[in-house]
Design a protein around this ligand. Structure first.
Ligand code: SF4
Length: 379
């Protein structure tokens, strides 16, 4: 007989009936999903909801991350990435180093560059549109997904301009979409405890609203596994759901597993596989208007991500190639996975892989080889 703790008494059956009728779940339902110990039933229900939206298809992209500098004016409690000038481990890529990475990505057949960094203490605002222009003029095939809402807010402060004006200038320089970082947990309590000097929840929502209003699509993340409570994760998701109802500008939701090593809250330790699976499943069920739920294998491992594909996720990021933010916080996953391996992981979960671009258009597989271009100096 199954142990008592595994038998669902939390209302999961009633929630299942409502999911089957395509009724929207409430905050109370979200809490019940977090409370259940029946991970198999939760995952099966999320898989049902996912397959109704996406069938058996799982998207992935061929991309490269460029974390251009980890010098940052701020010191968020959960961040192991940021350094001050002169600190061991601090770095900034020159424009030539950025362009070299872009060239490598282009020649490797990538469709996207994912560009994020710290709030650099010295770069003027003009540096950022120049960076985009320099890349885009040489490699127009690459979609530039760049700068979290936090960076956009910082650029607006540097430029003395509105978020919207900055976004419009960056789009003109080559920006294609916004990543979803910097959301952390969208409640004032977590904001004030962990990252009070960084933009708060209302501003994060507003930057994405502005982006969507000018036609820039974006993603949304949630950093879990630190001091947040279940009700705060539910609040976080419902705030995103509310904005999505208004704008339909989000493409995918990405739970991010907190990595504590080298942070100021390292004593919290790390959450394990079941937590990663639960966040995927709960988000698939609560975010009924989000087209995709992504498992970020850099933070969870390929093995756990593969399980997530059977419990609510229909999207995987990506080939990545070089990643610093999570690895400086102790991640032991590789930084790079081949397209063939990604497809094998997806097929191993019983799903059908499809290669996609950043905005979820399907790309034929295998993609044609690219002709190398000369090394492109910024000068
Ligand atoms: S989370 Fe971002 S803003 Fe905060 S310290 Fe790290 S790099 Fe800087």
């Amino acid at each position: 007989m199954a142990p008592e703790i595994l038998i669902d008494k939390s209302g999961l059956l009633e929630i299942r009936r409502r999911v089957e009728r395509e009724e929207r779940l409430t905050a109370e339902d979200g809490l019940a999903l977090y409370a259940t110990h029946d991970i198999a039933a939760l995952g099966e229900l999320a898989d049902f909801a996912n397959r109704r939206m996406n069938g058996l298809r799982v998207g992935y992209n061929v991309n490269r991350h460029i974390n251009y500098s980890n010098l940052c004016k701020l010191s968020c409690m959960f961040c192991a990435y940021a350094k001050k000038r002169g600190d061991e481990g601090g770095y900034e890529f020159s424009m030539d180093e950025i362009l070299e990475r872009a060239r490598e990505a282009y020649e490797a057949g990538a469709d996207e560059l994912h560009i994020v960094g710290g709030l650099h203490p010295d770069y003027p605002y003009a540096y950022y549109p120049e960076m985009l222009r320099a890349i885009k003029s040489r490699y127009p095939e690459l979609h530039l997904k760049g700068f979290t809402a936090v960076e956009i807010d910082y650029f607006a402060e540097l430029a003395g301009k509105s978020h919207e004006a900055v976004l419009e200038e960056l789009v003109e320089a080559g920006l294609g979409s916004l990543p979803g970082g910097g959301a952390e947990i969208l409640t004032d309590r977590v904001w004030k405890k962990l990252y009070r000097d960084k933009m708060g929840p209302d501003k994060w929502i507003d930057v994405h609203r502005r982006a969507h209003s000018i036609g820039v699509k974006s993603n949304a993340t949630m950093l879990h596994g630190h001091i947040e409570r279940d009700d705060e994760k539910v609040t976080h998701m419902l705030r995103i759901r509310e904005l999505q109802d208004e704008t339909h500008g989000f493409m995918t939701f990405i739970p991010l597993r907190f990595h504590p090593e080298n942070t100021n809250i390292a004593q919290l330790g790390i959450v394990h596989g079941v937590s990663s699976v639960r966040e995927i499943a709960v988000s698939r069920l609560l975010l009924d208007n989000m087209p995709h739920i992504k498992t970020y294998w850099i933070m969870t491992s390929l093995e756990v991500s593969q399980i997530c594909l059977t419990m609510g996720a229909d999207d995987m990021d990506g080939t990545v190639v070089e990643e610093k933010i999570t690895h400086m916080a102790g991640a032991t996953t590789p930084e790079n996975v081949s397209e063939a391996d990604l497809r094998r992981v997806i097929e191993g979960a019983g799903r059908i892989p499809y290669r996609r671009d950043t905005v979820y258009n399907e790309i034929p597989y295998p993609a044609p080889a690219r002709t190398p271009r000369p090394v492109a100096s910024a000068i």
